[in-house]
Design a protein around this ligand. Sequence first.
Ligand code: ADP
Ligand code: F6P
Length: 325
Amino acid sequence: MKKIAVLTSGGDAPGMNACIRAVVRTARENNIEVLGVERGYNGLINGEFVNDGKTLEHRSVSDIINRGGTILYTARCPEFATEDGMRRAIKTCQEHGIEGVVVIGGDGSFRGARDLSERGIPCVGIPGTIDNDIACCDYTIGYDTCLNTIMELVDRIRDTSESHDRCSVIEVMGRHAGYLALNSGITCGATSILIPEVPFDIEKHVIERMQKTMRAHKKHFIIIAAEGVGIDVKELAKEIEEKTGVESRATVLGHTQRGGYPTAKDRIMATRMGNYAVKLLMQDVGNRVVAAQKDEIVDYDIFEALNMTKSIDMELYNVAHEVSI
Ligand code: ADP
Ligand code: F6P
């Protein structure tokens, strides 16, 4: 391959920039030109590139390894799922001599990459999402940073919660998945962790657990709810206050969770995955997803990857609830 493109798609995630840097530098070290597509698949449809469509060089990606967000910008682009959008994207690739594309995003983005690969433009997907909800991967770029950010934010809430003998009910992101909630719940010793993968009953899983710890003289509480459970945390705080008599406050952490400088783990994994993706394209291999399993980087057929399922570690869930009482 002589020329490839790189784009970020879906929600941004810390570490995407480290990945872009690795893609660009690996490509240039191997004499491949690389274009930076702006705003996900929108940029591919409309022919919008960084640097007016000139190839990115080593120095184009200097000083970004430490930055959250994505220098390529990102977007959700419903048009890409249409025949017309796909046709225009292919035309852009042909006009610019793009022979392969690295797509950094979540499984929606991989569906787009699969469609493009099927139409003759080999694509390699790299999992970039704070949600860690990609079935073929133990880990996704941005997840580690987000988890650490939630831990730090909840530590701050805990200071004030403890000072006032309160219960803090905190909603964390994760879309339909509970990985961020479960693991952040462990890091902050949450009395209850509510996730979409495990059915729960507020009376039994929240109120009774709080009452049990109150009998053991516990006076402040953290309750973590994944956004995927669809609970209004303000309403839940009110219910807790009414039923337990513990003054309660609700916090939705929101987008503060998604920004910030990436952790060492996210920088290292993003760098390895970016390098791996370009090596696949160099062998003319497309329609693949790069995946992290334990400490190893592997790859899967996109179709196969999209059909895989991933479940919550129930042992971990049980440990969390056995210890935080
Ligand atoms: P994520 O990649 O984080 O899961 P989305 O689900 O929003 O985020 O998907 C990102 C983008 O991928 C969408 O805006 C769209 O451009 C593209 N996409 C999603 N689903 C499909 C699909 N079925 N076919 C083609 N493109 C898709
Ligand atoms: O997929 C990443 C994510 O941050 C999810 O956790 C959350 O549900 C969603 O994106 C929020 O999307 P938006 O940025 O459109 O508000």
